[in-house]
Design a protein around this ligand. Structure first.
Ligand SMILES: *Cc1c(COP(=O)(O)O)cnc(C)c1O
Length: 466
């Protein structure tokens, strides 16, 4: 591979794919064996290579292999894993202090991050922000705030939802294995409604998908009493559940239902936020605003930071001392977030996200027609996915998603899978990826899909030949 002349945002690594060993290489294998001797088996692994350096859209492992990064550490390192502005701000903060606990003594960056989020999250109303460390913590605190403000117990969540791995958020998450299996009993007061998956409408759906899905939500609310619900929590594009973009109008319908019943609408934008979908927040595509919007993942480019931003009357309904956490809004993470905001300010990275969609759509969407295994190409901006299923029955094919993803890994392209059935390959490149690198990575994926499709058809053709 020739090196690209353009390395985005002063990248510290050559932005090109390059393999020096089989994947994983000998050094990674050695380190992985050592890991197994010390680390809980409870952690899974997508690609067992050990990282030496990462930046831009490249991950370099300890064997010298350079991978194209279509994962961004699960939608986190959107501005690059060694972004210059992030490094400079964090380094300067590191010289001053690492921690005070915001509940003990204050520092200005906590306020500045809150101010920016109040100004930039959707919703033309007065807002306040509370900062935490992880996405799950943001979700749990949104529930605490909504319960405190409404005096109601119940939380409405949806099929295919993912909200985290803590005890409450795993109860809010839909998928059993691996997230909930053997970890019960689960906390109560979590009620699940049908979602509005365009490819796989729920069995009861007849007629117009949007109307049916909303009627089903109303029915679920009625069964428990709509006035027992503090909040409904939903991802504008469901991430872990399969990058499902709901049928058009569904989210606006939920907005209306929430308002009518006095239920707090919490938009979990932990994966979709910070420019990932080509807008700062994905709810902008739907023309709606949550009463509360959650940010995390890409918020601080890999330093642990999450945020609950919403109506002042909600965020201030909690008694003094009711919110907090030792590391909540850590000063290093706040500085990283301020650097991320600087990178997002001129809109160029949002435009990049939209370019990612244009290029990927042009290359991958034809595979829905051209193959018997790609059921759908979907998503927005730099949050895109391919669902693998049998062309006629639509039976999920997780085996194909796995095999194709592995083929990409072997050729130096880091892809992730997701979905309730594990039959979806998702693409989450950093927003700083160059078009050349994007095309190189997508080309590898494209060819791996064609190969899997050909392998599938070959025995059939033989059998059909007299
Ligand atoms: C990742 C994620 C979470 C949980 O975030 P953690 O930082 O892993 O706790 C919650 N909601 C959504 C939509 C996510 O993608």
């Amino acid at each position: 591979m020739t090196e690209l002349p353009h390395t985005p945002l002063h990248s510290t690594l050559p932005q090109s794919r390059h393999l020096t060993t089989a994947v994983p290489g000998p050094r990674s294998k050695q380190l992985h064996a050592e890991r197994l001797a010390h680390v809980s088996d409870g952690f899974g692994i997508v690609l067992p290579v050990f990282v030496d350096r990462a930046d831009g859209a490249i991950i370099q492992d300890v064997d010298g292999n350079r991978f194209i990064d279509f994962a961004s550490g699960i939608a986190v390192t959107s501005v690059g894993a060694a972004n210059r502005k992030v490094r400079e701000r964090v380094a300067a903060q590191l010289e001053r202090f690492t921690h005070t606990c915001f509940m003990v003594t204050e520092y200005e960056s906590f306020t500045q991050v809150s101010k920016w989020l109040n100004e930039h999250t959707p919703g033309d109303f007065d807002k306040r922000t509370a900062l935490f460390s992880t996405g799950a913590e943001a979700v749990e605190n949104a529930v605490k705030i909504a319960r405190s403000a409404t005096g109601r117990p119940n939380i409405l969540v949806f099929d295919e939802a993912y909200h985290g791995r803590s005890l409450l958020t795993m109860a809010m998450t839909a998928k059993e294995n691996p997230y909930r299996l053997n970890f019960g009993p689960l906390p109560g007061e979590v009620v699940r409604a049908a979602s509005a998956n365009p490819l796989r409408p729920s069995a009861s759906t007849t007629g117009d998908a949007m109307t049916a899905a909303l009627a089903s939500v109303e029915e679920t609310l009625a069964q428990h009493g709509a006035d027992t619900f503090a909040a409904m929590v939903i991802e504008p594009i469901q991430g872990e559940g399969g990058f499902i973009v709901p049928v058009p109008g569904f989210l606006a319908g939920l907005r209306e239902i929430a308002t009518r019943h006095g239920i707090v609408l919490v938009l979990d934008e932990i994966q979709t936020g910070m420019g990932r979908t080509g807008a700062l927040y994905a709810s902008e595509h739907e023309g709606i605003a949550g009463d509360i919007t959650l940010s995390a993942k890409a918020l601080a480019d890999g330093l642990p930071l999450s945020a609950v931003t919403g109506r002042t009357e909600l965020l201030n309904a909690v008694h003094v001392g009711g919110l907090g956490g030792t590391y909540a809004g850590n000063p290093l993470a706040c500085e990283a977030a301020l650097a991320v905001f600087e990178e997002l300010e001129d809109g160029e990275l949002l435009a990049n996200a939209r370019t990612v969609e244009t290029v990927a759509r042009e290359l991958l969407e034809p595979l829905v027609e051209e193959t018997a295994i790609v059921a759908q190409f979907r998503g927005r901006g730099a949050m895109l996915a391919l669902e693998f299923a049998d062309a006629t029955t639509l039976d999920p094919r997780p085996d194909l998603a796995r095999a194709i993803s592995s083929a990409c890994h072997a050729q130096g392209v880091l892809t992730l899978t997701c979905g309730t059935h594990g039959n979806v390959i998702r693409l989450l490149p950093p927003l700083v990826i160059s078009e050349d690198l994007l095309r190189d990575g997508l080309g590898v994926l494209h060819d791996a899909i064609l190969e899997a499709n050909a392998a599938l058809r070959a025995p059939v053709l033989v059998a059909d030949t007299p």
